[in-house]
Ligand binder design. Structure first.
Ligand code: HEM
Ligand SMILES: *[C@@H]1O[C@H](CO)[C@@H](O)[C@H](O)[C@H]1NC(C)=O
Length: 231
């Protein structure tokens, strides 16, 4: 006969075994994921004290880029609006991508990679399948700043055409509510760093997150002054 306590210990062992895979997170673990990130990603509001620009920020430890998104507070889902995207990537990455609609296919993709000593190339892409995304001329970018040092490369770019699209799902951003975004990264350098049309290899890691874009709302005048730089 088994004692009740034996059965309880067995149950406990089973439970420990099941949860031993690691902490639950919104992203399913990938066999080839990059190491040494904190166990769960975080989203929140980040304000740059020197520019007064506040962003919706996503981060997941030192091996995944920090992604920051800001929009003007005048934005409404009925009309297109400009979107500001900042990516701070660890130097080990060959490219980093951001999906405005939360998946690989049928939504605008921003793909960025280091170019030369200080530059970063921003490439507008669109994928209809899970293969090399095509160029996407319906979204255009203007890079506000880019830099590169021993530990990171970073770019801030303003997109015209990333807030609305013809594809799947919502077909556009909800400026006041929760949106689902996604990202992808690769450790492999792209083929032609100076060219926005360069080919690149498949990601080593991908993830998704959902958060309210209202965290990244900036007063329209502040937003316009920042992205248009007085123009
Ligand atoms: C050569 C380029 C690329 C190839 C061959 C490729 C291929 C694939 C494949 C096979 C999958 C499904 C298996 C998996 O989840 O790993 C996938 C998923 C995914 N890819 Fe890519 N990909 C490429 C570029 C990109 C880029 C540039 C982005 C984002 C900017 C991206 C974002 C995603 C995301 C978010 C997923 C998971 C969600 C989903 O399937 O929609 N991929 N990709
Ligand atoms: C390198 O660049 C990153 C991203 O801009 C920055 O956070 C970091 O402070 C820089 N490191 C040095 C030593 O300047």
């Amino acid at each position: 006969m088994y004692a009740v306590s034996d059965i309880l210990s067995l149950l406990l062992l089973l439970l420990l075994g099941i949860s031993g895979e690691g902490q639950a997170s919104p992203v399913s673990p990938r066999p080839n994921h990059l190491d040494a990130r904190q166990s769960t990603p975080t989203t929140g509001k980040y304000c740059n004290p020197s520019t007064s620009i506040c962003y919706l920020e996503y981060s997941w430890g030192p091996t995944i880029p920090v992604y920051r998104v800001a929009i003007p507070d005048s934005a409404s889902s009925g009309a297109p609006f400009q979107t500001l995207l900042q990516i701070v990537a660890p130097a080990s990455l060959g490219w980093a991508g951001f999906s405005w609609g939360g998946g690989m296919t049928l939504n605008p993709l921003t793909v960025v990679w280091p170019n030369g000593n200080t530059g970063v190339t921003v490439s507008s892409r669109w994928a209809t399948g899970r293969t090399q995304p095509a160029l996407y001329p319906s979204a255009t970018y203007r890079t506000l700043s880019a830099s590169r040092n021993a530990t990171h490369w970073t770019v801030e770019t303003v997109c015209t055409g990333c807030s609305k699209w013809s594809g799947s799902g919502s077909g556009g951003l909800n400026p006041s509510g929760v949106n689902t975004f996604a990202w992808a990264v690769s450790k492999t350098a792209v083929a032609q760093p100076a060219s926005t049309a360069s080919s690149f290899s498949i990601h080593d890691d991908v993830g998704m997150f959902s958060e309210s874009l209202s965290l990244g709302k900036v007063p329209k005048a502040t937003f316009d002054a920042y992205v248009n730089g007085g123009r």
